[in-house]
Design a protein around this ligand. Structure first.
Ligand SMILES: C[S@@+](CC[C@H](N)C(=O)[O-])C[C@H]1O[C@@H](n2cnc3c(N)ncnc32)[C@H](O)[C@@H]1O
Length: 461
């Protein structure tokens, strides 16, 4: 037996310790394990933020190399249909397009829908981008009356907001045919952006982010606000225009270094993973990384971009925050724990509820129940959308509640098994630092920020 086979058997024995597994020692499973053993680490690092992936280096994204390897190994037929129900910055859909498959990518955050759409821009458009950028800036001349409730007021002085919104006005005129600047969300939904419009909106996001670096913190999901009016930013009109054009040039050069070409038919849209807008049994393969269970505020992480779209304040923002899985906001009542959530989830929730630390039995218990309720309903949707024998590859990170291990990979496996999706392979990648450590309070209970990212492969009955 080769060394690889021996290792595969050892891992198989290790996996069989999980109660949820009914592994039959077939050659298929060994083959899957060998494949998983050779997968690159899903973690996105600086070196993987090349090409279109570098246009919006999403802290929560996985790497294109990983997505490519997964699709290479598991999606053989050109006519396959691939879904990512938590599509984020669109790694799955970009790679699916590059391989010529049909793809579907959904996310509840409109910013991520725009970013994922931009990534589908075809290289053929390259030569039109700079002339279009110049047209946009030449149209950005009429007066813009800055509204007192413009969300960009949080960071910029009115004159700078006027210049930024004038660029947006040029963009809206040239790409959406609008005569007058409008807050984007009032007229155009994220679903209706063309690839080119999404490209220029991402350039505008990057332009604004470039001015805000001094307000960034070590927490990638948080951006500070200036302490008072005098410390708000006031770059000149010229500086803003130059920054916008510079961002576009750097995005264009990234296009050249990208090996992916768009061929596949891709649908990107705004949708909840609990209500995927696809027919039953229509999907061959799912590749995704579900939201973390570490109270990450995905909405606040994109507050700058939501401000551009006019969605960073009021009800629109609060509703978005509440609807994202893993959110730190909690419902008044905890959803009931169902048998389908599995024994590991049940004992974890009990440990949270009985934990002696403050608010464990109230806020934290409700928050975790809300997360598992959302994940369970999403898994039911994945089950509904997958064809019989369809496969799903999920990248899931474990975490800790205080000192209690939240064994998410096993919880996902148990939930999936309760509905007839079986775990057929697993590969663990140790992480030296995890998103759980973003929360400084967690360091009181654990000095190490280490976590494990697991690649789980499932097959539907
Ligand atoms: C871990 S990220 C996915 C990153 C993605 N794999 C990539 O490469 O960029 C999870 C995503 O789930 C989205 N999300 C959270 N709750 C959701 C829900 N209920 N339905 C759909 N998307 C949701 C978040 O906005 C976030 O973009």
């Amino acid at each position: 037996m080769s060394g690889e086979m021996v290792r595969a058997f050892a891992r198989l024995r290790q996996m069989a310790l999980f109660k949820c597994l009914h592994l039959d020692l077939s050659l298929t499973i060994i083959a899957i394990m060998l494949v998983l053993d050779n997968l690159p680490n899903p973690k996105r690092d600086r070196s993987s933020a090349v090409g279109r992936a570098g246009w919006y280096p999403y802290y929560a994204g996985f790497s294109s190399d990983f997505a490519q390897a997964v699709l290479d190994y598991f999606v053989k037929s050109a006519s396959s249909r691939v879904l990512d129900p938590w599509n984020g910055s669109g790694t799955t859909t970009a790679v699916t397009a590059g391989k010529g498959h049909e793809g579907f990518g959904f996310d509840l955050n409109p910013v991520m829908v725009v970013v994922a759409r931009a990534r589908l821009l075809n290289k053929r458009e390259r030569s039109s981008l700079l002339p279009l950028a110049k047209l946009i800036t030449s149209l950005a001349v009429s007066r813009h009356e800055v509204q007192s409730d413009d969300p960009l007021n949080l960071w910029f002085k009115p004159q700078a907001i006027g210049s930024l919104r004038r660029i947006e006005q040029g963009l809206q005129k040239s790409l959406f045919g609008l005569d007058k600047w409008v807050p984007m969300q009032k007229h155009i939904q994220a679903n209706d952006f063309s690839d080119i419009a999404a490209f220029f909106y991402v350039a505008l996001f990057r332009t604004i982010r470039a001015f805000l670096t001094r307000f960034e913190s070590s927490n990638p999901t948080w951006i500070k606000a200036p302490k008072g009016y005098s410390t708000k930013l006031e770059p000149s009109e010229r500086t803003i225009r130059d920054q916008f054009l510079m961002q576009i040039s750097s995005m264009i050069s990234a296009l050249d270094s990208d090996v992916l070409e768009k061929d596949g038919k891709i649908k990107i849209g705004l949708a909840a993973s609990q209500r995927v807008p696809l027919p039953d049994s229509s999907i061959d393969f799912i590749l995704s990384s579900p939201p973390y269970c570490t109270r990450i505020d995905y909405a606040s992480a994109t507050r700058v971009e939501l401000a551009v779209l006019g969605l960073s304040e009021g009800d629109a923002f609060e509703n978005l925050r509440r609807s994202l899985l893993g959110t730190p906001t909690v419902p008044p009542e905890a959803p009931a724990c169902l048998p389908g959530w599995g024994p590991t989830c049940e004992s974890f929730l009990r440990a949270v509820k009985e934990h002696t630390s403050k608010a464990s039995s109230t806020y934290y218990y409700k928050g975790h129940c809300q997360y598992f309720d959302g994940i369970y309903n999403s898994m039911l949707e994945l089950h509904r959308c997958l064809k019989p024998s369809g496969q799903a590859c999920l990248v899931v990170q474990d975490s800790f509640y205080k000192d209690v291990h939240n064994n998410l990979p096993t919880i996902y496996a148990e939930m999936a098994e309760s509905m007839g999706i079986n775990l057929t392979g697993r590969k663990d990648f140790p992480l030296s630092r995890s998103m759980g450590q973003v929360n400084v309070m967690s360091r009181r209970y654990r000095t190490s920020g280490a976590a494990t990212e697991s690649v789980l492969l499932f097959t539907k009955d």
